[in-house]
Design a protein around this ligand. Structure first.
Ligand SMILES: [Zn+2]
Length: 239
């Protein structure tokens, strides 16, 4: 059993886990305690949840954590071992390789996902594939369809989950009066990974290959020392 976090009667907070991934800077960091309500106050108020503020030692951003109270004892207030999730690390993506409209739509999709708004997330994912089709042309629909089918095969996604993902991405608005079942958390997670893979295969991969090939043609000066007299003017075509 995991040891609880607890506040003792001397107002000292004892926690087992004091480090983790910071949702702001993404570093694995130690979190220092900035503020915690006092023992006497908690004993009087007896709230079901207790909020504390810690600071990421890496980026110095304050973070709010909320613990559920497990037990009220004479000499301590015991909390559940893990705080409730308040701030999630944002999903990162190489947006700069996407066309502007695709990037803007997908950024919003990820924000919905991060906020736990799964139906809004589904709508924005569909808008993202729509933006991709507008960018690539309607004839790319089949290729995108194949890529999504490939994700199903590679990741061994079950038929029910895959059907939900495909419905979100490719089927239009449902007929009036019928609304499809809302996405479950699992389906949303699969949809998220499918979208990331789809965008990666379509845009990121191409951009990285092109950048790598450009580097081969015009290697940066510092990685390949040139003999004296070889002037950088010969690289001006690389811009
Ligand atoms: Zn941080």
């Amino acid at each position: 059993m995991t040891t609880s976090a607890y506040l003792d009667s001397q107002n000292r907070l004892h926690r087992e886990t004091v480090s983790g991934e910071c949702p702001h800077c993404g570093n694995s960091a130690h979190f220092s305690l900035l503020a915690c309500p006092g023992f006497a106050r908690l004993r009087t108020d007896r709230p079901a949840r207790v909020g504390i503020v810690v600071q990421c030692d890496s980026c110095r951003t304050p973070l709010f954590l909320r613990y559920r109270v497990r037990a009220w004892l004479e000499d301590r207030v015991e909390f559940h071992p893990h705080p409730e999730e308040m701030e999630r690390a944002p999903e990162r993506f190489a947006y700069d390789t996407l066309p502007e409209r695709v990037a803007a739509t997908f950024r919003e999709a990820l924000a919905c996902h991060g906020a736990g708004l799964l139906q809004a997330f589904a709508v924005m994912c569909r808008a993202t594939t729509q933006a991709m089709l507008e960018d690539l042309g309607e004839r790319s629909r089949l290729r995108i369809f194949d890529q999504v089918a490939e994700v199903k095969m590679l990741a061994e996604i079950d038929d029910g989950t895959f059907a939900a993902v495909r419905r979100v991405l490719f089927e239009g608005e449902p007929p009036r009066g019928t609304s499809p079942a809302p996405l479950t958390r699992l389906q949303a997670a699969v949809l998220l990974e499918t979208m990331k893979d789809l965008l990666f295969q379509t845009y990121v991969r191409r951009a990285r290959l092109q950048a790598a090939l450009r580097l081969r043609q015009f290697p940066p000066a510092e990685s390949a020392p040139r003999p004296a007299g070889d002037l950088p003017a010969s690289r001006s075509a690389g811009g």
